[in-house]
Design a protein around this ligand. Structure first.
Ligand code: NAG
Ligand code: NAG
Ligand code: NAG
Ligand code: NAG
Length: 366
């Protein structure tokens, strides 16, 4: 082997190790950086809460979970989701359990309340059946808090002292756009509100909900902005693109929301004593040259999707085998490799625009 070739091989091996095993790069195993992790969100975070609901928004069947050790769990992915990776980076032994099935003392490490098709608005996702809106996720958190009070009643720690040390992630709003405002045939909201008015309306509700979370004892709160929803295969198959590679009017509407969400985070940190909110710029963390890590297909799903709803068809239809070459698993949800990259950059920002005012890794050290 020539020295140049050897050097290249070493570089490639190092790169693969860094990409495939971020937890070994990021943290020392076995030491939890926060006592607990609470997750609120939609199908980008749901790890089984919708399984028992009366809804079409379910994914507890193959091929979902094809790369997940337990198979299909209700995760809308071939493998792990962003909260699964974050739990791993934070030194947790396993992902936090779904609220629907969490029992006993396991809630001391946190709970996942996320529900597919749910939104900031209660009405969002109604068309496909039941779902747990952000308002109801906040109510479920109150149930967890009273259970925690019982579990901690003989310890010297009060519930509030315990909760202030926990990490909270909130990733909401995607469905308020794709399953409400831009749901064809166009929803009444589209007629009543311009994209600008809708973003103001959503931010007003979200602001109230984030304050409710703060008032229930949360201090370290990670708020995820929305990604480029106009580039989802679901939107590309629904709307004309007018020659662009994405549906620009969807991206433009979502940008109005993001541009109001970041200042909201600032507001919270300024006005609420002890608040440590951070904003994750999903547009920024999903940017960069994906071909350098082997991703080739950016605008088509890996699995065979059901028409209109865009989630994987149940049954024996075989998904693509080269899943690490796809951005999208189905028409709406990213593949595991993309979730891993996103979680990695949210935890340890690659560029200053990834996380504001700081990233998750630094937030939990504060
Ligand atoms: C964050 O990533 C940089 C490389 O971009 C690396 O040097 C550093 O060790 C990482 N920090 C943590 C806390 O993992
Ligand atoms: C708390 O202490 C009481 C009385 O000592 C005991 O009966 C109870 O089982 C304890 N509860 C927990 C959760 O440890
Ligand atoms: C399509 O693009 C052209 C050129 O940029 C623009 O003039 C036109 O308004 C666009 N149409 C729609 C429906 O967005
Ligand atoms: C997110 O990051 C991108 C750069 O990738 C930047 O153009 C955009 O303004 C940022 N958005 C917000 C709300 O900060």
């Amino acid at each position: 082997m020539t020295p140049t070739l050897a050097r290249w091989l070493l570089l490639i091996i190092l790169f693969v190790v860094m990409v495939m095993e971020p937890q070994t790069v990021l943290v020392v195993q076995g030491q939890q950086q926060v006592p607990c992790l609470f997750v609120m969100g939609d199908s980008y975070s749901d790890n089984g809460n919708n399984n028992a609901l009366f809804t079409l928004a379910k994914s507890n069947y193959p091929p979902y979970g094809i790369d997940f050790p337990q198979g299909p769990t209700g995760r809308f992915c071939n493998g792990r989701l962003v909260p699964d990776f974050l739990a791993q980076f934070l030194g947790f032994e396993k992902p936090v359990p779904p609220f629907a099935t969490a029992r006993g003392s396991e809630i001391l490490k946190g709970v996942n309340y996320a529900s597919a098709i749910a939104g900031i608005l209660d009405e969002t996702g109604k068309i496909v059946g039941d779902r747990i809106s952000l308002n109801r996720q906040l109510q479920n958190h109150q149930i967890t808090i009273s259970r925690l009070a019982l579990l901690l009643r003989n310890s010297s720690t009060t519930v509030n002292d315990y909760l202030r040390k926990c990490l909270y992630t909130v990733n909401m709003g995607t469905n308020d756009y794709i399953a409400n405002y831009f749901l064809p045939p166009l929803s009444p909201r589209t007629v009543l509100q311009t994209p600008d008015q809708f973003s103001v309306f959503l931010i007003q509700k979200y602001s109230h909900q984030l304050r409710t979370l703060y008032n229930s004892g949360a201090r370290k709160i990670v708020v995820f902005g929305l990604g480029l929803l106009g580039c989802l295969p679901q939107e590309l198959s629904t709307f004309p693109t007018n020659g662009s590679s994405c549906v620009d009017f969807v991206n433009n509407a979502v940008e109005l929301f993001n541009n109001r969400l970041k200042p909201l985070v600032n507001d919270m940190n300024t006005n609420l004593p002890g608040a440590q909110f951070i904003y994750i710029n999903v547009t920024s963390i999903s940017s960069g040259d994906l071909t350098s890590i082997g991703i080739r297909v950016v605008n088509a799903p890996c699995c065979v999707v059901l028409p209109i709803v865009g989630i994987c068809a149940p049954g024996k239809l075989v998904p693509c085998s080269n899943r690490n070459e796809y951005v999208f698993w189905d028409n709406i949800h990213p593949t595991e490799i993309v979730n891993m990259l996103a979680a990695t950059r949210a935890y340890n920002a690659t560029t200053p625009s990834d996380a504001y005012p700081t990233d998750i890794g630094r937030l939990v050290q504060q």
